[in-house]
Design a protein around this ligand. Sequence first.
Ligand SMILES: [Zn+2]
Length: 293
Amino acid sequence: MSGADIFTAANKRISVEKCMNNSIKTILVSPHSDDIAYSIGGSLLQDFFMKPILMVTVFTRSNYSPNIKTNDIEISSKIRQSEDIEFINKVKIDYQSFKFSEPPLRGYSHNNMFECNNPALDPIYSEVYNSLRKLIKSYPCELIVAPIGLGNHIDHIMICDICHKISRENNIKIIFYEDLPYALWVTLNQIKLRANSITSGLQPVKIDITTKFNDKYNNIKLYKSQRWIFQILIKLHSLRIGMEDKRFLELIYPTNLLRYFMCLFTNKCTRATFFERFWVDKGVEDEYSFSCT
Ligand SMILES: [Zn+2]
């Protein structure tokens, strides 16, 4: 169940031994196929992270591919993994995946997979923890990049919790990314509360991805099995982070409203600024010369 596939950026399957010997510095942990492209695809294109970089997708056994008319788990899982591989080839990072099942295949209903408050109660928790710990410790990894767990999706809060635990136990730095599209379900204040519930002192770091946003957007479209509305939601969140500091009157000025509307539903994004946001501990902030906002 937890066997891992390893691919290089050139899409060649390589041996575990060879991969164990390479010098991965940053590990991006993706609960599902698409989470990294959606949530931090712009920062990745801006060379924000120390290379070499490995993306690890954890729950890849899936029947969720709404744009592909199939109920076949094998077909759906294969399509979703091929989308991930197309993405890592575009951004030139290494890739590894585990074969853990998504919640509906573990007996969760659509509603109760968003209702769990303690991910450690999920019977799969220990196996995911052991697999991820083994993988992360097999590299000279200096930074774990994990989801912050917005939207309370059981897999996202489980990966957040496990990565935080592995980071503390092994003294590896960690930063948390805002999960998209789930970030749109919560207010910016609720995101802050979630960050504080993980550890007090996490600070937001905004990354201006405006110059790379079109490339990020094109990479998001590689995930053809997923809903197109996700693309709009991701754009909306990138815009709203940038609007945080603006005055209300400035936001609702008619020409501005028209501009935001055009930007959301067309490619005409004049004078729009796009951001991704991370939550970072003070020590990590100093070392990576982030400037908290
Ligand atoms: Zn996900």
